[in-house]
Design a protein around this ligand. Structure first.
Ligand SMILES: Cc1cc2nc3c(=O)[nH]c(=O)nc-3n(C[C@H](O)[C@H](O)[C@H](O)COP(=O)(O)O)c2cc1C
Length: 338
């Protein structure tokens, strides 16, 4: 199968849940939440896409970077590309049972592994979501990152210990899920965390802790103070709060203050290798990709995820040739017209 066939198959299987649009920009699916869209007006998702689309690349062809290296090391792991699978969870709620939670997690974790990189799994109103994802990571030798909702401290620490037993690469919390009220209604309360809470969580595990859902310098500084290993500049794909800026709009100021102290990841609207180059130019060490890999997973399971990741890696390599970057760490703001 090629990427075109994967997308065609996904469109059939999604049966309208995701239209697999040529431009995955949040317009057609605005407000379709649960589902694949952004929450409310859908503007937070649309802003992610628009912010990246607005950036222009400075093309350079007089240089010696003829065979750029896309591999890199992240949190001690050697990856084939600076691209990871984001958390796409809640199969029953979002995808109306066209795939099981375990099937979705398997496609992401094994597809990413086959492409030489990593993916994340999630958590939700039903705690079985967390265990389903964790089981898949465990079956793949720990090659994945389980993301826990910002639950009470004891529950998070218990999840972290399960992740240690499963030999996971790292653990994470999607702190931007603090206001997901259906979690409370389901008797699984979530809420905001203080720096003291985060310090306790950092100290509770020997694994690197990633905070997903940082959208301002204040929160990034708090994450640094707490001692986390990494942050993800993310608005949850526009699925938690309406009217936030695109992540590419806030990434530069965040990266500027914390990049020297912790790993900066970013997601939201990354659709191609050129978008990866743009996020790295704005200060991210690596990116996460959500919806395009969901299309891959529904279209062809792990093979679909692998194919989409490999295509993005190839596109990144071409973009690196055209900007004179021999390695990922050479990608800086100089590749953009600003
Ligand atoms: C259907 C769906 C489910 C998601 N579930 C979760 C989740 O459980 N936890 C989480 O942290 N993020 C979740 N996300 C957000 C993604 O991890 C990621 O931040 C976002 O999708 C990135 O934007 P992109 O889809 O435009 O690439 C979900 C996204 C989608 C589309």
């Amino acid at each position: 199968m090629n990427v075109k066939e994967v997308r065609q198959e996904a469109k059939k299987r999604f049966n309208g849940i995701c239209r697999v649009c040529r431009e995955c920009n949040g317009v057609v699916c605005a407000g379709e939440f649960p589902g694949i869209g952004g929450v409310g007006s859908g503007i937070s998702f649309i802003n992610n896409y628009k912010a990246l689309a607005a950036l222009r690349i400075k093309m350079r062809v007089i240089h010696a970077a003829s065979d750029p290296e896309t591999s890199m090391t992240l949190l001690g792991q050697k990856l084939s590309m600076p691209i990871l699978g984001a958390v796409v969870a809640g199969a029953k709620m979002n995808f109306r049972d066209i795939i099981s939670e375990e099937g979705l997690a398997t496609a992401f974790i094994t597809g990413a592994q086959q492409a030489g990189t990593l993916a994340m799994t999630g958590d939700g109103p039903d705690p079985l979501l967390y265990t389903a994802g964790l089981r898949v990571i465990q079956d793949n030798g720990g090659q994945g990152i389980p993301i826990t909702k910002p639950r009470d401290q004891a529950r998070i620490i218990a999840n972290f210990h399960q992740a240690e037993d499963a030999c996971c690469v790292a653990v994470g919390i999607d702190v931007d899920a603090a206001g997901i009220l259906p979690m409370r209604a389901a008797g699984q309360p979530v809420g905001p965390k203080t720096v003291a809470h985060l310090k306790e969580l950092v100290q509770s595990t020997r694994l690197p802790l990633i905070l997903k859902g940082i959208m301002c310098v204040e929160d990034a500084l708090a994450a640094r103070e707490a001692g986390v290993a990494a942050i993800v500049v993310s608005n949850h794909g526009g699925r938690v709060l309406d009217h936030t800026p695109g992540t590419a709009e806030v990434l530069p100021q965040i990266a500027q203050v914390v990049r020297g102290n912790l790993v900066v990841l970013a997601d939201g609207g990354v659709r191609s290798g050129v978008d990866v180059l743009k996020m790295l130019a704005l200060g991210a060490h690596a990116v996460l990709v959500g919806r395009p890999l969901a299309v891959g997973a529904i279209g062809a399971g792990a093979d679909g995820v692998r194919l989409i990741l490999e295509q993005m890696r190839n596109e990144l390599k071409v973009a690196m040739i055209y900007t004179g970057c021999a390695s990922v760490c050479e990608i800086g703001e100089g590749v953009l017209w600003r």
